[in-house]
Write a protein that binds this ligand. Structure first.
Ligand SMILES: CCCCCCCCC/C=C/C(=O)SCCNC(=O)CCNC(=O)[C@H](O)C(C)(C)COP(=O)(O)OP(=O)(O)OC[C@H]1O[C@@H](n2cnc3c(N)ncnc32)[C@H](O)[C@@H]1OP(=O)(O)O
Length: 291
């Protein structure tokens, strides 16, 4: 639990942090990067990754790159066996892919961006560590993908928060590996309905359909994640990792086999005038909703 209270302390300093900063304390190395705060409690072997890219933790190229590097560092650290993924931005887990990265840019940029999205997912979905999403805010689209790529999801019991793959509502399409990941979690029929309608589920509906595993009061999300982590870490790593890999490898291999064509598909899709128009209209609708 110490790790959680220390993180809350560090969170207060975040407003001042614009560049990478490494603070090494006795047993809790804290890495405060630009977009993600990582604290590893070495004795316990659990890291907390807190996304802190206001206003909405959108997954920009910069964010995704930092995420993949941070996760890889933890993966290679023999002292780290589990990761809790959560947000330092009030009311938002992540708003999903940064729509600005998909509007008005070059084909080269779209390709680079999509490769970074793939990389984030590949690293998270195949992680050998126990991964738990502590969903303390809204969690649409790419945010939902991150959460369902973890081994277990705990969501704040707040009727204002929702989670789901809402891509079709933007006039875009979740790619096959988003679809596979959610289908592996909630099953074929629920995925079909959810994807076609671009459904965002309230926390209670998300629990019913199985997108999340547990709801707890908002202030208990991190404690509940830490408690679940202890249960999962009680299982011998090797046996658990082989079981995880057995379940996930076919899904991972599908993207690995089709990675380049998936990038090409994305680029040709996103460069269409009609898709650019849909994305721009959606961004404007977000602004109007605000006003
Ligand atoms: C064939 C297959 C091939 C492949 C085909 C292609 C596949 C693509 C797959 C896509 C996956 C995705 O994740 S697409 C992304 C989908 N994401 C979404 O639909 C979420 C949209 N956002 C929201 O609903 C809301 O912002 C929400 C997260 C609930 C927070 O609401 P709030 O009221 O707190 O905040 P807002 O006022 O709305 O937002 C604050 C600011 O953040 C901006 N903002 C919000 N979400 C943003 C986002 N995702 N990207 C950029 N910017 C965003 C807003 O415009 C505001 O900007 P200012 O006005 O300037 O302050």
């Amino acid at each position: 639990m110490m790790i959680l209270s220390r993180l809350l302390g560090c969170q207060e300093q975040l407003g001042f942090l614009h560049q990478s900063k490494e603070e090494l304390t006795d047993s809790h190395p804290v890495v405060c990067n630009r977009n993600i705060l990582v604290e590893l409690e070495e004795g316990v072997g659990v890291a907390v990754m807190k996304m802190k890219s206001p206003p909405v933790n959108s997954l920009s190229l910069d964010f995704l790159t930092e995420f993949s590097i941070s996760l890889e560092k933890l993966e290679n650290d023999r002292g780290c066996r589990g990761v809790i993924l959560t947000s330092a931005v009030p009311k938002i887990f992540s708003a999903g892919l940064d729509i600005k990265e998909m509007c008005g840019k070059s084909a080269e940029h779209y390709a680079e961006f999509w490769r970074a999205v793939q990389e984030m997912w590949l690293k998270l979905y195949k992680s050998n560590m126990v991964t738990i999403a502590a969903i303390n805010g809204n969690c649409p689209a790419g945010g939902c993908l991150m959460a369902v790529s973890c081994d277990y999801r705990i969501m704040a019991e707040n009727p204002k928060y929702s989670i789901g793959l809402n891509e079709t509502q933007l006039g875009i399409v979740a790619p096959f590996w988003f679809k596979d990941t959610i289908a592996n979690t909630i099953g074929h029929r629920a995925t079909e309905r959810s994807l076609q309608l671009g459904l965002l589920y309230s926390a209670s509906d998300a629990l019913k359909i199985g997108i999340v595993d547990e709801l707890v009061p908002e202030e208990k999300v991190l404690n509940a994640a830490a408690a679940t982590m202890s249960q999962w870490l009680a299982i011998p790593d090797y046996a658990r990792q082989i079981s995880k890999s057995m379940m996930r490898k076919p899904t991972l291999d599908r993207l690995l086999t089709h990675r380049e064509s998936d990038i090409q598909n994305f680029v040709s899709f996103v460069t269409k005038d009609s898709i650019q128009k849909s994305l721009q209209t959606y961004m404007e609708s977000l602004k109007q909703r605000k006003g």
